[in-house]
Design a protein around this ligand. Structure first.
Ligand code: SAM
Length: 292
């Protein structure tokens, strides 16, 4: 039997018609129809038969078919109930795939990994719904899910934000958060004509390789991320003013100025000029002085 890969646009259209499927904009549904892009994703994720892969948002199962052939086991979480009968048909030949209907932001992925992969690190691969890219990525990292890597299609600008450093207009809290947990690498730019329907924005595939240990030592991660968010919440203000104005920190101007001086950071600097190492040093100093 020759398999009807859904990445062939004709097969995607046939399935959509057969089930009278209506695309839901609110779920960020743009299905891949380019085999080269799909092959690039699978190759960049370096999937082997040893791997347990979590796919977020399988859609009609286009990428899932490729994942199933490359991986040991695939778990796919899809929110749209209308897609479940379609997935049951398109994936029926793959015994190593299981579908869960649900919202990925509410699924207990830690428990899933514990029960289904003996708690060993998993790979996440997805063509993400763009409306919740950041909460999905941050959720995976912050909930301490055992991860080897995350290989995802995201909006091009978001991929650039994740990969960039100080000095770029794209640099921000997301760049620092991602780089604290992982090493980002953009592996492909993907134009709108690779999807049905075509998104209004350009896309990119980015691979986030989880650091075995974060690149900086931080005594209180939550405090560092509060400092980072405050520093970027008012980009045009100096770091001192941004931190002083933050309701989540309650630091006085004197405390902030002393911390910056002790950490060798100029008082006139803006938050966007600071790298991860400086945020780590600053938060460790503030943590220590709060203990006194
Ligand atoms: N993987 C398919 C592909 O590449 O053709 C579909 C990708 S499409 C960009 C995003 C998918 O994520 C859709 O199927 C959508 O229904 C699903 N989705 C949206 N929000 C979700 C959520 N909170 N949890 C799980 N799946 C979600």
């Amino acid at each position: 039997m020759t398999k009807s890969y859904l990445v062939n646009p004709k097969h995607t259209i046939d399935i959509i018609k057969k089930y009278d499927f209506v695309f839901q904009k609110r779920f960020g549904q743009n299905f891949l129809i380019d085999p080269h892009v799909l092959e690039k994703i699978i190759q960049s994720a370096r999937i082997t038969k040893e791997d347990y892969v979590l796919e977020i948002g399988p859609g009609i199962g286009t990428m899932t078919q490729y994942l199933a052939e490359a991986a040991g086991k695939v778990r796919a979480v899809e929110i749209d109930t209308a897609l479940i009968p379609i997935l049951e048909e398109t994936l029926k030949d793959y015994s190593n795939v299981s579908i869960l209907q649900g919202d990925i932001l509410k699924v207990d992925v830690n428990q899933m990994v514990e029960e289904e992969n003996e708690g060993k690190p998993i790979k996440v691969v997805a063509n993400l719904p763009y409306y919740i890219t950041t909460p999905i990525i941050m959720g995976l990292f912050e909930k301490k899910i055992p991860l080897q890597s995350i290989t995802i299609m995201v909006q091009k600008e978001v991929a650039q934000r994740m990969q960039t450093g100080p000095g770029s207009k794209d640099y921000g809290a997301l760049s620092l958060a991602v780089q604290y947990y992982a090493k980002p690498e953009i592996v492909a730019n993907v134009p709108p004509n690779c999807f049905i329907p075509r998104p209004k924005v350009g896309s990119a595939v980015i691979r986030l390789e989880r650091h075995p240990r974060p690149p900086v030592e931080v005594s209180d991660e939550a405090l560092m991320f509060r400092l980072i968010r405050a520093s970027f919440s008012q980009r045009r203000k100096t770091l001192v003013n941004s931190l002083k104005n933050s309701q989540n920190l309650s630091l006085s101007r004197e405390e902030i100025e002393e911390a910056l001086n002790k950490c060798g950071i100029p008082l006139t600097i803006r938050g966007e000029a600071l790298g991860l190492e400086e945020f780590a040093r600053l938060s460790n100093y503030i943590k220590e002085s709060q203990k006194k």
